[in-house]
Design a protein around this ligand. Structure first.
Ligand code: SAH
Ligand code: SF4
Ligand code: F3S
Length: 468
């Protein structure tokens, strides 16, 4: 109670924001944070004291939603003790559950869908002004992204997220994303480039470009001036201090030669590419309505690997999709081995109300889902362990990430293809700096690197942490 009173007396208003879900939500969280900071709110990391508690949520699996319901439950008593605390559920879960959220969580004041968060700070002011239960869902007349992003919410550091498109036009039968995020809206190329140029001025050397099917970027824009991902990669080549570009996530259907060539000629494109396969069974892929079969997937990967022989791939997998038999699952095992992914994320199928698959029987028992999950993860670990040692003896560049926590006196960095390497500490090393190295050996976990040549001092790396 004392903390509540102090906050009122000092007339300082604070917000606490917790972000769940994918990298797009992390990016959106930075925009939300910026809009509150701009209005003079204080950023608080303590939800038990902040005047406004915001949850930026995810609906992709039931577990993600239940976690937020659990946290909301913890706030019930606080709201009872102080009805002035404002609680908002923002993002995908708001869109999926809608007004029904007020029934299950009567102490929530705002339900704000993923295309309405730019108005969130206004909604909070309205609640403070006395309005009750504000709910904004679905389409918005306004674009989510401002032409010029307010960078006040950018946390600093050398890595930054940048949304290049929003929504998804695919209709995978298991997936809630299209219904909560809406149809694809690509951002104009000039806005994206400008945003990255400004981030680079703040010390960023690695950007993660985000979109649910990022290789379809631009297809919704007017034909005459339509940009695409290849053009974006070419344009970003001109931003010299930018060293690395990561793309998250590709859909196999949109991979073509033009894009593969642009990736291959880019000096910044990070050759660690998520192209989720989801299943190795043609029957299951068809039921999922993924829009490709294993053969088409193979062809698209062949285009990419022919252009970039050192390319590493990352995949997502769903185990226990309705009707997935042991034989179907074994085909996923075979596919994982065939494509030699460097990393995989494995998810147990979770029925999502409103999706096509929700009406199919969720007939794979929990224990079977769990066993399949472990088997794929074990296999992935085995495949990954074999891939890094192949680089021993080569020279390459690594992007320094941080001082290694497990290895005293060492920095940890990543090759352009995503492999981890250790480099002995020496003056001039800094997070976000790219350095040329020789890879000497592999310790079973990371590559061991040695600096090639002298480290030339660079003004922007004089400080260990970027002064953002
Ligand atoms: N747009 C990306 C992925 C977005 S969702 C793509 O198409 O690949 C991230 C991952 O969550 C998906 O790749 C999928 O593996 C998983 N996922 C989506 N819906 C799911 C569900 N209902 N149950 C379990 N996993 C799911
Ligand atoms: Fe979901 Fe499919 Fe769109 Fe990915 S491509 S977000 S899995 S509907
Ligand atoms: Fe989750 Fe929404 Fe992202 S459902 S995965 S937060 S687009």
């Amino acid at each position: 109670m004392l903390a509540e009173e102090i906050s009122v007396h000092k007339n300082t208003r604070s917000f606490n924001l917790r972000v769940f879900g994918c990298q797009m939500n992390v990016y959106d969280g930075e925009l939300i944070r910026a809009s509150f900071l701009q209005r003079g709110w204080l950023d608080s990391d303590d939800p038990t004291n902040a005047d406004v508690v915001l949850f930026h949520t995810c609906s992709v699996r039931e577990q993600a939603e239940e976690r937020v319901h659990g946290l909301l439950g913890e706030l019930r008593r606080r709201k009872k003790a102080n009805h002035k605390v404002v609680i908002a559920v923002v993002g995908c879960m708001a869109d999926r559950e809608g007004r029904a959220l007020f029934d299950r969580e009567p102490h929530v004041d705002i339900v704000c869908g993923s295309r309405h968060f730019p108005e969130l700070a206004d909604m909070v002011e309205r609640v403070i002004g006395g309005e009750e239960r504000i709910c904004e869902l679905g389409e918005s007349p306004n674009k989510v992204d401002e032409p010029e992003r307010n960078l006040a919410g950018f946390p600093g550091g050398y890595q930054a997220h940048v949304a290049v498109m929003r929504g998804c036009d695919m209709n995978c039968t298991y997936c809630i994303v299209p219904s909560v995020r809406g149809r694809v809206e690509s951002r104009p190329a000039a806005e994206i480039i400008e945003e990255i140029a400004r981030l680079v001025e703040h010390g960023v050397t690695e950007v993660h470009l985000l979109g649910q099917t990022i290789d379809s970027y631009g297809r919704d824009l007017p034909r005459a001036t339509r940009p695409d991902l290849a053009l974006l990669l070419d344009e970003l080549e001109n931003i010299e201090p930018l060293k690395r570009i990561r793309l998250v996530t590709l859909h196999p259907s949109y991979v073509d030669q033009r894009l593969a060539d642009a990736m291959a000629r880019s000096s910044k494109f990070m050759r660690l590419l998520p192209v989720p396969m989801q299943s190795g069974s043609d029957r299951v892929l068809k039921e999922m309505k993924r829009g490709y079969n294993t053969d088409l997937y193979r062809q698209r990967i062949a285009i990419l690997r022919a252009a970039m022989p050192d390319l590493e791939l990352v995949s997502d997998w769903i185990v226990g999709f309705p009707g997935e038999t042991d034989a179907d699952f074994e085909e996923s095992v075979v596919a994982m081995e065939e494509h030699n992914f460097l990393q995989s994320y494995v998810f147990q199928y979770s029925p999502r109300p409103g999706t096509v698959a929700f009406d199919m029987a969720d007939d794979v028992p929990k224990e079977v889902k769990a066993t399949r999950n472990h088997r794929l993860l074990d296999l992935q670990r085995r495949i990954a362990r074999q891939r890094s040692p192949r680089l021993v003896g080569t020279t390459c560049s690594i992007m320094l990430e941080s001082r290694s926590e497990r290895n005293a006196g060492q920095w940890i960095g990543r090759t352009r293809t995503g492999h981890y390497a250790l480099l002995p500490d020496q003056p001039g090393l800094a997070a976000g700096r790219e350095v040329a190295v020789q890879l000497l050996e592999h310790n079973g976990r990371e590559l061991i690197a040695e600096l090639l040549g002298e480290l030339v001092p660079v003004a922007r790396f004089d400080h260990e942490e970027f002064p953002v």
